[in-house]
Write a protein that binds this ligand. Structure first.
Ligand code: HEM
Length: 232
């Protein structure tokens, strides 16, 4: 009798088998998170050039627009990373809830930090922030004045609206909370775990997140305080 397909044990491709394990999904989340964090650091360094004046900042934005061979691959990688990051986080949440089908009678957050418990709501809020951010500065439909050729002016007129600046500061705080725990988990997932190095890894994750937080919020604050002036 010939063997059935199941008996022959037709194997899924290795990449799918890896994805179907919890370790595989954690690795995908770690690698895509690292890609997104690298983009955020690069974007911050680019944005801080606003303190060097309109010519420098608009020149930087113009230079990027003239480099489609760099910008488009980066956009595609970011897009795929965002999708995989969200997808793996949902799959892991489902696996976790299936492992514990009956909820705790009394919720005890033993063993999980405040930051780890916030990952599942800080992530969606940061994603919502990015959607608004793209509407505002990339597509010009965020409700603040927009001129495609004046990125400096777009940032100034955007942050002159206190509600917009406050929303950015709030979103940056959540982003950094998310990043702090994400960086820490990334090191663990990739196997950099040793009791002796743990405090150092925690400190490095906190320092990088604080640098990103203060770097980004310095821009709306400087605009509101008129440290970064409009072009007259
Ligand atoms: C004070 C904070 C920020 C400022 C002033 C800022 C500024 C800008 C500006 C001006 C652009 C449009 C550039 C152009 O098209 O010429 C942009 C694009 C973008 N920003 Fe931000 N940004 C900030 C924070 C962030 C954060 C925290 C993230 C991610 C979590 C982010 C993600 C993006 C993305 C994905 C784009 C689109 C890039 C592309 O067109 O390829 N930004 N940002």
């Amino acid at each position: 009798m010939s063997a059935t397909v199941a008996e022959e044990g037709i194997q899924k491709p290795q990449v799918l088998r890896f994805w179907s394990t919890t370790t595989g999904k954690k690795a995908v989340m770690a690698v895509t998170g690292a890609i997104l964090a690298l983009f955020v650091i690069g974007h911050l360094i680019g944005n801080l050039q606003i303190f060097l004046g309109p010519d420098q900042f608009n020149g930087y934005a113009r230079a990027l627009r003239h480099l489609p061979e760099l910008v488009w691959p980066v956009r595609v990688i970011l897009f795929i990373s965002v999708i995989l990051h969200i997808w793996s986080s949902i799959e892991l949440a489902v696996t976790k809830s299936e492992a514990r089908p009956v909820g705790y009678t009394r919720w005890k957050p033993a063993g999980s930090s405040y930051a780890s418990r916030t990952m599942y709501w800080s992530g969606p809020i940061v994603a919502a922030f990015v959607v608004y951010h793209l509407m505002q500065f990339t597509f010009g439909v965020g409700g603040t004045p927009y001129n495609r050729l004046d990125t400096y002016g777009n940032v100034i007129s955007g942050f002159r609206v206190p509600a917009v600046s406050l929303f950015y500061i709030f979103a940056m705080a959540l982003l950094c909370l998310h990043l702090r725990h994400g960086l820490w988990s990334l090191f663990q997932t990739l196997g950099f775990y040793h009791p002796r190095h743990t405090p150092r890894i925690h400190r490095a994750a906190s320092l990088i997140s604080l640098f990103i937080f203060f770097g980004f919020i310095s821009i709306p604050i400087a605009v509101m305080l008129r440290v970064i002036p409009p072009i007259l």
